[in-house]
Design a protein around this ligand. Structure first.
Ligand code: C2E
Ligand code: MG
Ligand code: MG
Length: 718
């Protein structure tokens, strides 16, 4: 505390006398016995003296006595019979390094005295001025002064060693801001030595700049002096070393006070925080980025979307958000392994980033889902243009580990403010739109529409009802006969699913099959249809009714399911139906997608002995070349053509072309949706093999169809 003297911790023997009542041992080395006696008298003349006085007359005697120890003060004459001048001081101080040496000399000896003091003597007493009042006091003062000096030395030494041993750098300045002290760490970190830096302005030695804009940071010492309190530095402060190298530091400055409590300077303490600042930055980055692709993650995206919406609101702009999902990524991941899958995701991330501007944010949501934030767009259509560009960019394969991988994107777009006013609704609606892109055949983009949500709710309730229907057996099949146009005989039947919902009543497949396809329920439903149809046909056969094949509709999702082939084989085995009595109706889109694997699937079915039909022929890609490539038995002309054959010349041409083509390829041709006599008459002239439609029969219950089978034919062909 300024102005108060704190007792130092003494270590040298002399100091005990300052602090305690033990007598001080004084050795008088004086060859003049009168003088010696005078001194002795002056010190011990009183009762209960504080001094024990011993006298010797020669240097040799003095040294002998000092060797025994326990001498606190030596009163030393410099002209002894066996020693003279500073040489005497040297020997005595060597023999008693801790003792206080006071010279006994004449006034004329000034030069010798000065020299002797440099050699270890503390002070001098002028011979002849020794009296009982003055001498003990002089001695006491000398002892106290030495004690204080020793304590100060120790204190300074301790501070010096401490400051050079700690890891922090320490600088001090005077009131004007000029450097007064620096420790070793400060020398190392600033690149200045104390000797060079002393007296220079702090700003020259301790150059600090802001990590953000590199502008000079405020001087903490000046502030500490001005405010008379401890101050800290800005958190991103950088120290510029003398050679220009920068180090991140953290520091504080505090004012230094004098005894009166007035500020006389400042001390700055600082240390290198490069490592912890680097770690902190790294942690912050990890928290906001995806570890695999290093793209921003969901956390950062949400933050940026929030900012973008705020800005767009103020500037009356729009923000577009795109939800992207890789089509069939799971397939690649499962078949080629996670390492290839991960590399593909990294490659996708790069390609996406390359397609957008730096100001847009490409982020990975997780799995194979990415999101792109287009922060400021003029009109919603701009997002469509970018979506097209992305789809185009994914035509090129990704070359990974020697594989050429083709992936396509399903993209959903929602736009602020039209499709959502806040972060959550914009995100949610882009996601919904993406599901629609998936449902509409993948590899395309969809803008969000309000109906999508209504549909999504409807879809969800249908989905759960379908699960229940499957469990509770609410499905049943109807059978529609296929008729030989020439003879009117029944040549086969198509099994058509129906759903008897307790609330909705009878539900037709067009209302629930697309939903079952989207949610994957079509797989167990399709399996039920197959098993039931096979079982029923076998039952008719077993009942002695004429044997006709049953046609079962197969969805693309079922066909591509990995257990599809095994499932067919198992059902045939379980029901005991001969494979030739089963025909699978596939759509053109199944064949056009992934032609190689479709071909091998169809060939495996053929090898099993199952028949294959193309349903709704003419509505898809209708190419002659693929018809030849696949092992197809039957073509079913879509009812939309048949409907108009008598009124629309184009449709008539198409139908007759298909009939001719089927004949050439030795395929059975069935006209679907035959309703009128005119349609039937036209088909007959074109030599169409078979027909199916209300003209012959509506779909019938199993019981009714069995009865019809017993009669051998449907309505008489008219
Ligand atoms: P599809 O395979 O083309 O089946 C023929 C559809 O046309 C049936 O409708 C049938 O009732 C109807 N139809 C038959 N004759 C006529 C006619 O003369 N005029 C008109 N206007 N329509 C006629 P349904 O049963 O409603 O089935 C619709 C579609 O649902 C089917 O078209 C098929 O693609 C699908 N479907 C039906 N059952 C199943 C099934 O078990 N599994 C799968 N995956 N899809 C099925
Ligand atoms: Mg069909
Ligand atoms: Mg059809």
């Amino acid at each position: 505390m300024p102005g108060m003297w704190r007792a130092p911790v003494f270590s040298k023997p002399i100091f005990k006398y300052v602090m305690s009542d033990a007598p001080t041992t004084v050795l008088v080395v004086e060859n003049d016995p009168d003088n010696a006696k005078l001194i002795q008298k002056a010190l011990v003349g009183r009762q209960a003296s504080a001094f024990l006085v011993e006298c010797v007359t020669r240097l040799s005697e003095a040294l002998e006595r000092l060797r025994q120890g326990e001498v606190d003060v030596i009163l030393l004459d410099l002209t002894l019979p066996d020693g003279h001048g500073v040489e005497v001081v040297d020997q005595v101080s060597k023999a008693a390094p801790n003792a206080l040496i006071l010279l006994l000399c004449a006034t004329s000896d000034e030069e010798t005295v000065c020299e002797a003091i440099q050699h270890g003597a503390q002070d001098y007493l002028v011979k002849g001025h020794v009296d009982a009042h003055w001498l003990p006091r002089a001695l006491r003062y000398a002892i106290e002064r030495k004690a204080t000096e020793d304590a100060l030395f120790e204190e300074k030494e301790r501070a010096q060693v401490t400051l050079n041993s700690i890891g922090d750098a320490v600088l001090t300045t005077d009131l004007l801001g000029n450097l007064t002290y620096m420790n070793l760490v400060a020398e190392k970190m600033t690149g200045w030595s104390w000797g060079e830096a002393l007296g220079r302005p702090l700003a020259e030695v301790f150059r600090i700049v802001s990590g953000e804009d590199h502008k000079a940071a405020r001087n903490p010492a000046q502030q500490a002096i001005k405010e008379n309190q401890t101050v800290g530095l800005a958190s991103d402060c950088m120290l510029v070393r003398r050679d220009g190298i920068e180090t991140a530091i953290e520091d504080s400055a505090a004012p230094i006070h004098n005894r009166e409590g007035r500020v006389i300077g400042a001390v700055i303490v600082f240390h290198d925080v490069s490592e912890s600042r680097f770690m902190a930055l790294k942690m912050a980055h990890l928290a906001q980025h995806d570890f695999l692709t290093d793209l921003p993650n969901r956390v950062l995206l949400t933050e940026r979307l929030f900012q973008a919406i705020g800005l767009a609101r103020r500037h009356q702009k729009q923000v577009a958000l795109m939800f992207l999902d890789l089509d069939h990524f799971k397939h690649i991941n499962d078949s080629l392994g996670h390492t290839i899958g991960d590399q593909l995701l990294q490659s996708v991330a790069e390609r996406l980033t390359a397609c957008v501007r730096d100001t847009d944010t490409v982020c990975r949501q997780g799995g194979d889902e990415f999101v792109i934030l287009l922060a400021e767009i003029e009109q919603a259509q701009d997002a469509g243009i970018i979506a097209e560009k992305l789809i185009e960019a994914f035509v090129e394969p990704h070359v990974i580990g020697g594989h050429e991988l083709h992936v396509t994107l399903s993209i959903g777009i929602s736009v602020y403010p039209e499709d959502g006013k806040d972060v959550d609704s914009v995100l949610q609606n882009a996601d919904t739109a993406m599901y629609h892109a998936k449902a509409s055949g993948r590899n395309n983009y969809q803008f969000f529409k309000a109906e999508m949500n209504t549909r999504a709710v409807h879809r969800l309730s249908v989905e759960s009802s379908l699960r229940r229907a499957l469990k509770k057996g609410e499905f049943f099949l109807q059978y529609q006969p296929q008729i030989d146009i020439a003879s009117g005989a029944i040549t086969g039947t198509e099994a058509l699913i129906r759903w008897q919902d307790p609330q909705l009543g009878l539900v037709y497949p067009e209302q629930f099959i697309p939903i079952a396809e989207e949610c994957g329920l079509i797989v167990p439903i399709g399996r039920w249809v197959l098993r039931e149809a096979c079982r029923q046909v076998k039952a008719w056969q077993d009942a002695g009714l004429p044997a006709v094949p049953v046609a079962v509709n197969i969805s693309a999702v079922e066909f591509r399911h990995k257990n599809f082939l095994a499932g067919i084989a198992l059902i045939l085995k379980e029901t005991g139906l001969k494979p030739t009595y089963l025909e699978l109706e596939l759509t053109e889109s199944i064949l056009m997608h992934d032609t190689e694997s479709s071909k091998s699937g169809l060939e495996a079915l053929k090898a099993m002995g199952v028949n294959l039909a193309i349903d709704d022929f003419g509505t898809g890609y209708s190419s002659l070349s693929y018809l030849k490539r696949f092992p197809i038995d039957t073509l079913k002309i879509d009812q939309s053509f048949v409907q108009d054959i008598t009124t629309n010349a184009d449709d008539a041409t198409i139908v007759s072309a298909v009939i001719g083509m089927g004949r050439n390829l030795k395929q059975r041709v069935i006209a679907e949706g035959v309703e009128t006599c005119e349609q039937l008459a036209f088909l007959r002239t074109q030599l169409c093999d078979q027909g199916q439609g209300f003209k012959f029969s509506h779909p019938l219950s199993a019981e009714d169809f069995g009865r019809l089978l017993g009669q051998g034919h449907a309505k008489t062909p008219g």
